[in-house]
Structure formats: structure tokens, C-alpha cells
Ligand binder design. Structure first.
Ligand code: ADE
Length: 263
């Protein structure tokens, strides 16, 4: 997968060099390119913002630098009559058309399902904004050429979209084939599909058996896979009921069994 990020704070994206995402990059599974938006601002101060039409507090990101940046990075793809090319250093057939991901608190929620959808795209272009956001015409113009996803990582307002990009890239990268060592390791994730759909993951334990007088639950030592699976599901149900009751209410009753209802 190819990922481009256009930002006025390229250094903010340096965590993409470490841990899981960094390893995916080094092993060639992920091609991340971070661009400084100011390289497409041409005045002496490399201005990227201006006052909002209609008044109001804050500044708005100017359309020209974003338009130039996206034209250069996305190329002609999706434009009327343009071939699916114009992508520098990339195989045009594999990365013909990107999904444009616009982080914004006004977007639709970024969920595990959205992460899974994005993980099937060959190419993502992120446009993290600062100030009050990007001039609307940029998003409207590109929505005519490529798929645009305006996404929020939560019901709070951050100073910019860079931290949401870190969140989204990590959530997507760990779903790419070959990125996680054990192909099963995200099967039981909170929010994953499958037996634990819509349930939060329960507690986990490792050695030592006794830590400061606290022992590991005995069932986990029993070697009885059926009992262990039942215990894990009960713990997941309990934790979900306590921390996110609305998830339980949304659970399809046909995915629960009689033993669940006794929990
Ligand atoms: N930019 C600022 N706050 C944000 C949020 N909650 N989600 C996505 N982008 C943002």
C-alpha cells in the first residue's frame, strides 16, 4: 500500500518510522511519503492560511497550495480524459486511483470497519489540516475525481489532523497482509468481526502466576479450551456492559447464546 501525507508539520509524522508501521515500511509492505505543504506555497512567507469569508474566528487553509500539492501527488488520475498515470515512482496499474482521506472532527466516525475498508485500497492520500480546516472547494473538486473519506477519530477537537493520521495509518497498516506476525492475532481484537464482534476484549495475563499476591484466574491454567473460551467471552460481555453498554444493545441477538444471557 502507498500512503501520502501532506502537512505543514512533516516532523509530526516521524512516529511512522517506528514500531509496526516503521517495520512495515522497511519490509516494503507500506510505502509512506510525507510532503511539506509549504513547498506548494509561493509567497515570501510561504503562506498557507487566510481569514475566513463571512468572518469569524480563526484562519482557513488556502485552496491554492492544496490544489497544487494534490495535482502533483495524485497526478491526472480521475480527471476527465486523463490516463491513470502521472504517479511519480509508482506502478500506475497498482496505484491508479487513491482514496483521499480528510481528517476532520466533522467527518464520519473512523471505526474498525472503516480501517478494514481502507486497508483494501492500494493508495491513501491524507490531508491533515490545521486552523479551521481547508477551503471547502478543494474537497469538492477532488471528490469529482477520486473517492473522498472525511473521517473523525473521536468526538473531541484536536489542534490538527496529524495525530488522527497517525491513528488511522496504524489501524490500517496492522490489517495489511503480512504486517502482523501471526495472521490470527487481530481475530479477537475489540471491534473485530467474528465471534467477538461488538465486544470489548477482556483482561489478559502472563507469567508470573503470582504477582504481589494476585493470582492468574484458575480457568486459564485448566488447559480446557471450551471453558477458557467461555470465560473469555463472559469477561468480554461484562467489560462491554460496564464500559460501552451501547455496543451490547446494538449486538445482533442471533450472535449471542443462552450462556451469554446468563452473564
Ligand atoms: N482534526 C481535529 N480534530 C479531529 C478529530 N477529532 N478527528 C479527525 N481530525 C481532526
Amino acid at each position: 500500500m502507498r500512503v501520502d501525507v501532506i502537512t505543514i508539520f512533516p516532523e509530526y509524522l516521524s512516529p511512522l518510522d517506528v514500531s509496526l508501521v516503521g517495520k512495515a515500511r522497511r519490509s516494503g509492505l507500506l510505502d509512506v511519503r510525507v510532503h511539506d505543504l509549504r513547498q506548494w506555497a509561493h509567497d515570501r512567507h510561504r503562506t498557507v492560511d487566510d481569514t475566513p469569508y463571512g468572518g469569524g474566528p480563526g484562519m482557513v487553509m488556502k485552496p491554492e497550495p492544496w490544489g497544487e500539492a494534490l495535482d502533483e501527488i495524485i497526478g491526472g488520475c480521475g480527471a476527465e480524459g486523463a490516463p491513470d498515470a502521472g504517479v511519480p515512482d509508482a506502478e500506475p496499474s497498482a496505484v491508479a486511483r487513491p482514496v483521499l482521506v480528510v481528517p476532520t472532527p466533522s467527518g464520519t466516525p473512523f471505526t474498525q470497519r472503516v480501517a478494514a475498508e481502507l486497508s483494501t485500497a492500494p493508495w491513501l492520500v491524507f490531508t491533515p489540516a490545521r486552523y479551521e480546516g481547508i477551503d471547502r472547494r478543494v474537497i469538492d473538486a477532488y471528490a469529482e475525481r477520486v473517492e473522498v473519506r472525511e473521517l473523525s477519530v473521536g468526538d473531541y477537537v484536536l489542534a490538527g489532523g496529524e495525530a488522527p493520521v497517525l491513528v488511522m495509518v496504524e489501524a490500517v497498516a496492522r490489517l495489511l497482509p503480512g504486517v502482523l506476525g501471526n495472521a490470527e492475532s487481530h481475530r479477537d481484537d475489540s471491534f473485530a468481526d467474528g465471534a467477538m464482534a461488538s465486544l470489548l476484549e477482556g483482561p489478559v495475563y502472563t507469567k508470573p502466576l503470582d504477582w504481589r499476591g494476585r493470582e492468574v484466574p484458575e480457568v486459564l491454567l485448566s488447559g480446557h479450551h471450551g471453558r477458557i473460551a467461555r470465560w473469555r467471552r463472559d469477561e468480554a460481555l461484562r467489560r462491554t456492559a460496564r464500559n460501552r453498554p451501547e455496543l451490547l444493545r446494538a449486538t445482533d441477538p442471533t450472535t449471542t447464546d443462552r450462556a451469554d444471557r446468563a452473564t
